[in-house]
Design a binder for this molecule. Sequence first.
Ligand SMILES: [Fe+2]
Length: 210
Amino acid sequence: MGDDTAQTPAQTPAQPAAQPDDLQQILGYQGAIDERDDVRAISDDVLIVPFWTPSFCTTVIRAAEAVGAFEPQPDDPVPGHEVSLALISPRLFEAVEIDLGVRIWPQLQQVWPYIDYHGLRDVFVIKYAMGQQEHLRLHHDVAQVSASAKLNEGYEGAVLDFPRQGVTNQPAAVGELIVWPSLVTHPHQATPLRSGVKYGLTIWFELPSF
Ligand SMILES: [Fe+2]
């Protein structure tokens, strides 16, 4: 081959990376990951870990609203207006379960070295709105580890509050997980919503089975 120029691709001007569209985000988990590896403690055994980008949080809210089935689960002793990610898309649920196991769980093991990953008990979007759900009573969760992220801004109240630890989720930005051991030591509540609409993501990590 004496003529290399024939195989040189035509030069095209650099294009800014296109934003993934809704389907690429929800079905392909594109643009979801907040890459920062930055676990930090706000109390004994209450951590904050970057998880999702704010734009992905917005897309998940839109997907949950499009599904339009914010319902209390019939067997939930602390009922909330919730949509499981599995109901939005089994592929999304699977991508989240893998991402949490591969990327987030090792960060939690830096603080809690003996926890083992057994997948997710559930992960859902919870909605607070005046006249619908305005608070969540003090309770603890039935899971190994729990996590929660704010998905939006523009509301007042509905603060995730840990009275025993004396901390709230206010230091966490949209898309950052606040993470705690689920049972016994970490009762928590959502304070009354005062205005606006709040969407949160709740994650329950599955308990070990013996
Ligand atoms: Fe809870």
